[in-house]
Design a protein around this ligand. Structure first.
Ligand SMILES: [Zn+2]
Length: 153
């Protein structure tokens, strides 16, 4: 089984850079020197201009569509396009949350794990053996912040 690691779409990132309101109905915060993972290029923001905003990584509003804080490079950055490989962004993490969702965007409670970055690809492949799992969200364990989505390639 092949995996596809999916970052925020360029169109979505550009909307926020243009001041599109976030999941809380507020304009993205602008920080001159930000630090953290950019959800569009899936690399680190290192003292660069950054947006902080509330993001809901779902297409529709429903009970399971939670939102939370994310960061974006304020200036245009290259969309993560190494789809078949896990981002190196969290290469040393011991606690990544991998949460399975059904095609109806419901949490598949039997397909949720905490794993290390070294085990991430194998964990994702294992969870996709359950045909009811449509996609996975990867979150950083200590903060529970959404990072990116994993799909079947
Ligand atoms: Zn970026």
């Amino acid at each position: 089984m092949n995996l596809k690691f999916v970052a925020m779409k360029s169109s979505g990132a550009q909307e926020f850079r243009n001041g599109h309101l976030d999941a809380n109905g507020q304009a993205p915060e602008q920080h001159e020197e930000g630090f953290g993972p950019c959800r569009h290029c899936l690399s680190r923001i290192e003292g660069e201009a950054m947006l902080a905003l509330s993001y809901k990584p779902f297409d529709s509003n429903q009970a399971y569509a939670e939102s939370g804080p994310i960061f974006l490079h304020q200036k245009a950055c290259k969309h993560y396009d190494d789809f078949s490989n896990a981002p190196k962004l969290f290469a040393d993490e011991t606690d990544l949350i991998v949460r399975g969702y059904t095609k109806e965007d419901r949490i598949q409670y039997t397909a949720c794990r905490i794993t290390s970055s070294q085990q991430l690809t194998q964990t994702c492949k294992s969870l996709f053996e359950d045909s009811s799992v449509s996609y996975l969200h990867v979150r950083l364990g200590p903060t529970n912040c959404y990072q990116y989505t994993v799909e079947r390639a």
